[in-house]
Ligand binder design. Structure first.
Ligand SMILES: Nc1ncnc2c1ncn2[C@@H]1O[C@H](COP(=O)(O)OP(=O)(O)OP(=O)(O)O)[C@@H](O)[C@H]1O
Ligand SMILES: [Mg+2]
Length: 249
């Protein structure tokens, strides 16, 4: 479904992506791991069409999105749902309006009652029934994350991107959010590309895991294969003993 070939991106003389090649199959949860500042978010921003590569190609089905502009790119993005790092909600809108927002933007044929029903349904699916009238700063961090996930899924997208949907949450909430994602994935069968640091939990929820290191995917495979990898970079990452300085992001 998504095929990335030799993706390269530098900012000034900092070469962040140095030839990323990766295929994501329809319906799988692919989790990208790698150290902080390693380029995971930059990689996702290319898949979203928010950054242009210096070189390389990204096919979504048979369309090379690196060639697309304007309306044509919008049409591909309409198939996407996105949970940004930090789960940013619009502070000036209620939780309900945050979740309804993509429907109002992307599904213009829907009437108000349909928008209400679908929004209420998604609120319920993430356990936020009754919290729709609150503003983001009136709910907990975990509730904000769940609202961000509901917003990403409300249009029932084919492809969902999650950039660290659980960072900063306590272990109980990490678990709850992961369960929620797996549960929703079972129901809706979207294709997911997720960036996460949560070791070892990600090995429970991914179909495949890809390790981004020094600007390339050094290994990709089923969780068990990655966990048992002989690659010291992967073993160090898993043990939380990542070498080298952590650059500021
Ligand atoms: N628009 C930009 N302009 C210049 N440099 C950037 C830009 N976006 C990202 N970078 C740099 O690219 C590098 C990779 O950043 P990125 O946000 O992708 O890291 P990451 O792997 O997502 O890290 P984290 O796990 O901390 O979120 C960092 O050094 C960052 O400062
Ligand atoms: Mg990031």
């Amino acid at each position: 479904m998504i095929r990335v070939e030799n993706l390269q991106k530098a900012f000034g003389d900092q070469r962040v992506l140095q030839g990323v090649t990766l295929e994501v199959q329809t319906g799988e949860i692919m989790i990208v791991i790698g150290r902080s500042g390693g380029g995971k978010s930059v990689f996702l921003r290319h898949l979203l069409g928010l950054l242009r590569p210096d070189a390389g190609r990204i096919w979504v089905d048979e369309v090379d999105i690196t060639e697309l502009r304007g309306r044509a790119l919008d049409r591909v993005r309409e198939r996407y749902g996105v949970v940004f790092q930090g789960g940013a909600l619009f502070d000036s809108m209620t939780v309900f309006d945050n979740i309804a927002f993509p429907l109002r933007e992307k599904k213009r044929s829907l009437g108000p009652s349909e928008i209400r029903d679908r929004t209420e349904e998604k609120l319920a699916q993430v356990g936020l029934s009754g919290a729709g009238h609150k503003f983001p700063d009136e709910v907990s961090g975990g509730m904000r994350k769940r609202a961000a996930i509901a917003r990403a899924l409300v249009t029932e997208p084919e492809i969902v991107f999650f950039d660290e949907p659980t960072t900063g949450l306590d272990p109980v909430l990490v678990n709850a959010i992961h369960h929620l994602i797996v549960d929703l994935h079972r129901k809706f069968r979207f294709t997911a590309v997720m960036v996460s640091h949560e070791i070892p939990e990600i090995f429970e929820i991914a179909q495949r895991v890809a390790m981004l290191h020094d600007g390339v995917i050094v290994e990709v495979g089923e969780p068990k294969v990655i966990q048992e990898s002989a690659n010291p970079v992967i073993q160090q990452f898993i043990r939380g003993q990542i070498e080298g300085p952590i650059r500021a992001t």
